[in-house]
Design a protein around this ligand. Structure first.
Ligand SMILES: [Zn+2]
Length: 305
């Protein structure tokens, strides 16, 4: 099995588990964004967290996970939907710090202190938005704290990325375990014993565990229903029309100036690094449009900010 998320309920309906392998997804993101090892680990953990969280919703739901710390990577953003499509970017991809005292990539220091923001958009008028302080910047702990504080759901979260000496991604993935209200202490201590016995998630995946295997271990044989698999992949939904709005927001004067230079203007998608070109003719058409009141599609700002 390639990159996938597996979900199931266990322990008599009291525990929800989501497990994911995202090795190819994070490896592709590493190459597109040219991230250096510490940034790769931070970015990969956020991409994986977003993919797992989006798998909790319906296929048409969209989840945005934003981590904004004061560390050298700056802001990390990931957007995922319930069909397994994930995209993201990191402000400063070229971050490679010394290993931390545990001999691991120092994601906590790369991210620093700050906030985690989750937006769940289920197509309703008002998307759900939760913001909590970062606990450690290591992402897994921060997500567990987010679930507890913002969604009142006790959760265990593990996300990990293993990076090869040449910078490519050897293994990536994670899990979310949620205990539903009413679960008794026996279930909680059984889960604690399982979690304490787990290897590091990236080591586990590097050893060959897929999302099914991870789920079986996490639920300790207490699976209530047939696990569901959702393939996940890096995917961007940008196109030239969507990027037009970003250009229009420059305003008529700036667009006229650009058109007058007589060269194509280039605009790069933050998520997939695709370059779009606009001819001087297109730019002067846009300048005329920009003089009218701006009408931008709602999703647009998120895509190009
Ligand atoms: Zn794109």
């Amino acid at each position: 099995m390639g990159d996938a998320i597996t979900r199931a309920v266990g322990f008599g309906g009291m525990v929800r588990v989501y497990t994911g392998v995202t090795t190819q997804l994070v490896d592709q993101a590493q190459r597109i964004h040219d991230t250096w090892p510490t940034a790769t680990a931070a970015f990969g953990r956020v991409l994986t967290g977003a993919a797992l969280m989006a798998a909790m919703g319906d296929p048409e739901d969209r989840l945005t996970l934003q981590v904004v710390g004061d560390g050298p990577v700056g802001r990390i953003l990931a957007v995922a939907d319930g069909t397994g499509h994930v995209k993201g970017y990191v402000d400063e991809p070229h971050v490679d710090l010394d290993l931390n005292v545990r001999g691991k990539l120092d994601v906590g220091r790369a991210v620093g202190k700050g906030q985690i923001c989750v937006i769940r958009d289920a197509g309703l008028r008002e998307p759900y938005r939760g913001v909590v302080e970062l606990v450690s910047g290591e992402i897994g702990e921060d997500l567990a704290n987010y679930f507890l504080v913002s969604e009142q759901t006790p959760s265990a979260v593990g996300v990990g990325v293993r990076v090869a000496p040449d910078g490519h991604v050897l293994a990536a993935g994670g899990f979310i375990i949620q205990v539903l209200p009413g679960a008794d202490d026996k279930i909680i201590s059984a889960l604690e014993a399982i979690i304490n016995s787990l290897p590091d998630v990236s080591a586990w995946i590097a050893q060959g565990a897929d999302s099914r295997r991870m789920l079986e271990v996490l639920l300790g044989g207490e699976i209530d229903s047939e696990p569901e698999d959702l393939p996940v992949a890096l995917a961007c939904d940008c196109n030239k029309e969507r990027l037009l709005g970003a250009l229009i927001s420059l305003g008529p004067d700036e667009l006229h100036n650009l058109a007058a230079e007589g060269k194509d203007a280039e605009l790069v998608c933050h998520f997939c690094r695709t370059t779009y070109y606009f001819t001087p003719g297109e730019l002067s058409d846009l300048a005329k449009q920009a003089q009218k009141p701006a009408q931008q599609p709602g999703s647009f700002k998120q895509d190009v900010e």
